[in-house]
Design a binder for this molecule. Structure first.
Ligand code: ATP
Length: 240
């Protein structure tokens, strides 16, 4: 059974159709990369899945629960769907440990000692054990983004959404963030990434989805999309 099902999702801002009937299923452990020009709707699709945006038509299911149902509890859904943005959005007045434990403690009621133990385990797993008591402004951009990913993992999500997570980084720091994403893939994390980094998408994705003006025009394994794109728009986007 699919872990995530996006069924005919439309999103409009005023009269602009930003998503036009997007259908997509994501299986457990699958890594999906969304590619497409700026403004094609990649971020909007991720934001709809995380319930940061409402959908105007269609539905989204996590396992077999409709999360776009008005009766669904967004806090509970977001515990199962983590999201990381281009801007790390760490709280500057809080230590790394407090940033990571905030949602588990305050939103999901995990006792402080348990939340901190789990956070320290994650920091150790991703090479940041010595940063627990550090404030974000003392970290490099790459370290801050790794902390932001760890923070999203702290609620043990079923699905992780990554929106252009390396775009704001100095090129020398990109690899440390890509490394964490590779490791998450190896550990079986289901992920949807919006990215402009085609070589990384090719390397990490099980499925590439090409969005064009809000329509999912073509999807398939990286070799198919990159080496033999079927749609002329995909060819034009990739190869000019
Ligand atoms: N809150 C909003 N109000 C109005 N229009 C919006 C809003 N958010 C996004 N849009 C518009 O929706 C379209 C899709 O934007 P979106 O950010 O999803 O694209 P994207 O593919 O992620 O682009 P990029 O690669 O630059 O991040 C754009 O035309 C954008 O201007």
């Amino acid at each position: 059974m699919a872990l995530l099902t996006i069924d005919g999702v439309w999103k409009r801002y005023r009269h602009h159709n930003v998503l036009r009937g997007v259908d997509l299923t994501v299986d457990p452990h699958e890594v999906v990369c969304l590619i497409g020009a700026s403004g094609s709707g990649k971020s909007t699709l991720l934001r709809c899945v995380n319930l940061l945006e409402t959908v105007d038509d269609g539905a989204i299911y996590l396992d077999d629960q409709e999360i776009t149902d008005v009766r669904a509890n967004p806090d509970q859904i977001r515990q199962r769907i983590g999201i990381v943005f281009q801007a790390y959005n760490l709280f500057p007045h809080m230590t790394v440990l407090d940033n990571i434990t905030l949602a588990p403690r305050k939103v999901h009621g995990v006792p402080r000692t348990q939340a901190e133990a789990q956070a320290r385990d994650l920091l150790a797993r991703f090479g940041l054990a010595d940063k627990a008591g550090t404030y974000p402004d003392r970290l490099s951009g790459g370290q801050q983004q790794r902390v932001a990913i760890i923070r999203a993992l702290a609620t043990h999500p079923r699905l992780l959404l990554l929106d252009e997570v390396t775009s704001a980084l100095d090129p020398t720091l990109v690899n440390e963030v890509l490394g964490i994403i590779r490791e998450l893939k190896q550990s079986g994390m289901t992920m949807i990434l919006a990215t402009h980094e085609m070589s990384f998408a090719r390397d990490i994705a099980d499925t590439i989805c090409f969005l064009d003006q809000g329509t999912l025009l073509e999807h398939g394994p990286p070799a198919q999309i990159f080496d033999a794109p079927q749609n002329p728009r995909t060819r034009e986007f990739l190869y000019g």
